[in-house]
Design a protein around this ligand. Structure first.
Ligand code: TXA
Ligand code: MG
Length: 333
């Protein structure tokens, strides 16, 4: 059985002690829940792959309490990394840097680089500083499933497979950190996330994650974020037409779209109305899990503009659609 810990002094002390003993502890961050283990302990880090069913070549993000811990995981803090860390840490930006000698290869999926970030969440900050070890933490879902944004999601996927989860309620941002390679002079986006290209000073019209980046960030290559329910992404103006069509095919349909959808066609349920990409980011993984729990025949989600966090949201939606029930796909992270 997995212990559910309150994020008070006792719960934090237990969580930190478990981490120091090489056990797996899930904890909230501002993006999604992470499944943590001591990043410098190869046996502990290896347990994460087993618990998640994660491919061993998919590297993990190392979480630090503070920028001052960077020398534990890298010996090469570039000028770009210093600038990005000063601007974004604590926060949802992950930097890929040259891995230092103390980082076991299992933590980095066999790579010579290491991904690192300082999360901006009081519970994450408290457990990281109490444990005072760098903590490797991928999202705390079974590989391929939607990322968890609550302790309930973590337990739904991992109960009995991990020592504990610190329950810090819902994650405020709801979509993962942006991963950038910071080894060069310019940031290269390896995974779209909560920090947008615009905020990084990059052209928003860029081609997104390109082929080279895909090879560089293996996690983006796997089936991902997929609920056990078919998902389709459609233009907002086609949402209700497509819904009516699917009902006519005999499927049980729900939609997520902008406010003011009006009366839906017979047999169509409005699962949620969301104002903007920020709200969709916050609610997305919960909605995917709700759709699954309702055993829908189809979840239809209206596209959002691909600016700001909208790019990351559309990336996750497309992956959910491709990987969802009835579509082919491998195992992911
Ligand atoms: O917001 C987040 O990033 C959450 C919270 C828990 O911090 N974590 C998260 O971890 O989403 P995960 O493992 O689900 O995704 C990490 C991504 C993957 O796409 C992985 O391939 C990439 O980061 N990554 C990790 N280390 C890397 C490295 N050394 N080089 C390139 N990509 C790396
Ligand atoms: Mg993940």
């Amino acid at each position: 059985m997995t212990r559910r810990l309150r994020p008070d002094a006792d719960g934090l002390a237990v969580a930190a002690e478990l981490l120091r003993a090489g056990e797996l502890v899930a904890f909230p961050t501002e993006t999604v829940y992470g499944l943590g283990a001591d990043a410098l302990d190869a046996a502990a880090a290896g347990r994460i792959y087993a618990a998640k069913g994660r491919p061993a070549d998919n590297p993990m993000i190392v979480h630090l309490a503070d920028r001052a811990q960077l020398p534990l995981v890298t010996t090469d803090v570039t000028a770009l990394a210093r600038r990005l860390a000063a601007r974004w840490w604590p926060g949802p930006l992950t930097l890929v840097l040259q891995a230092g000698p103390r980082v076991p290869r299992i933590t980095t999926g066999g790579r010579s680089s290491v991904a690192v970030r300082v999360p901006d969440h009081p519970v994450a900050a408290a457990v990281l500083s109490t444990a005072s070890v760098p903590v490797a933490a991928p999202s705390a879902n079974r590989s391929g499933r939607p990322s968890p944004t609550s302790a309930e999601h973590v337990l739904a996927d991992l109960d009995g497979r991990i020592a504990a989860v610190l329950d810090g309620g819902a994650c405020p941002l709801g979509v993962e950190s942006t991963v950038v390679d910071a080894r060069g002079a310019q940031p290269v986006v390896l995974r779209e996330g909560s920090v947008s290209r615009e905020e990084l000073g990059l052209p928003p019209s860029g081609c997104g994650v390109d082929g080279a980046a895909l090879a560089a960030s293996p996690g983006t290559r796997y089936r991902h974020y997929a609920p056990d329910c078919p998902v389709e992404v459609v233009a907002p103006e086609l949402l209700l037409t497509r819904a009516a069509q699917a009902v006519a095919e005999g499927r049980q349909v729900a939609v997520v779209g902008p406010p003011g959808l009006g009366a839906p066609p017979a047999g169509v349920r409005i699962l949620a109305e969301v104002r903007d990409p920020v709200e969709l980011a916050q609610r997305l993984y919960q909605l995917l899990r709700d759709a699954e729990a309702a055993r829908l025949g189809l979840l239809l989600v209206a596209e959002v503009p691909e600016v700001g966090v909208g790019r990351a949201v559309m990336d996750r939606l497309r992956r959910a659609a491709v990987g969802s029930a009835g579509h082919p796909g491998g195992g992911g992270g």
